[in-house]
Design a protein around this ligand. Sequence first.
Ligand SMILES: [Zn+2]
Length: 385
Amino acid sequence: MKNIASEEDIKNLKTTDIYFWRVNEILRSTGVDPRVVMEITSSSRDIPWIVLAGLDDLVDILKGKNIDVYSLPEGTIFPPKDINGIPIPAVKISGRYLDFGPYETPILGSLSQASGIATKASYFKKLIGNLPLLSMGARRMHPALSPLIDRNSFLGGCDKVSSVIGAERIGKTAEGTMPHSLLLILGEEEGWKMYDKIIDPNVGRIALVDTYCDEKDASVRAAKIIKDLSAVRLDTPSSRRGNFPDIIREVRWELDRHGFKNVGIVVSGGIKEEDISELKEAGATAFGIGTAISSAPAIDFAMDIVSIEGMPKTKRGKFSGEKNVFRCPHCHKFLVSTREEEICPFDNSPMESMFKKIIDGGNVIYKEDLDKERKYVIDQLGWMQ
Ligand SMILES: [Zn+2]
């Protein structure tokens, strides 16, 4: 495949914008390579919060370079700006400019897309709550990105992921039901029967029930054929949907009337954030979300010099000087400051210093622990309004 850059290409600055090659050439010719601090901030105005994600790739890009990197912990939920309207730096890098500056393009690309996906997954998880959320959007993005998509969907709050390589990346079992092609090839009832007969009994029995007929009729037939049916899945095309919540209500009603109260209802197919509360109310018990998460808009991170040889210096529109980021342990508000310690102005609590060193002189300190990092996201979602 010709459209994939290798890790070697990325490390050799092949995916970098050419203008960083120019600055490289000029600074090397003039012998100027100052010690700088660069900060990564988002200028988003219209999003309630960002989930920071992508430190796994960031440390791989920067390891072995003579620099120090500080970051908010992976999975930290933060608003673009602090209580005083100052943009919150998510990452801070210090060292000689040429050791890391020319990597701005891949650094920002990694963080922006990973954080965009994790952030969108977190919005869905907040709305869906304790019901299962499956990431199934690998098919909407380039296949080379499947591990990235599923890793960051999981971090942001998805409970399961659908792609095989994505599940391997997070050390879990991939989750899925059955595609329409199975039921078109074998016929609906034979397809359900063979699925139940042939597929590993540890795999949940979820029957797709919208291939040819009315969903409630198919749901009851599937429940009669598969003894331990755990759920039916409705992926009804939008052209046939009419009122999707009402279809769910009918399915729930008929399953209950026929003694299948324990059979859940999984919904999928172009579901957006604004659809969730109505679908939950109607009786959906699990959600498969594809495009909305995998094609989430990237977070618009930018990377700027804020200090040169210890002197505050930056471009217009940015705030100069090396900064620290604090979060209140009680009200969870953020404060950007140049001080080493801060007290919350709202409740006088000593604030927590949020930057952790993730690279020390080129040595990687960050260690991924996705289960712990995902739990950190879920815990913080409890603080969000
Ligand atoms: Zn506070």
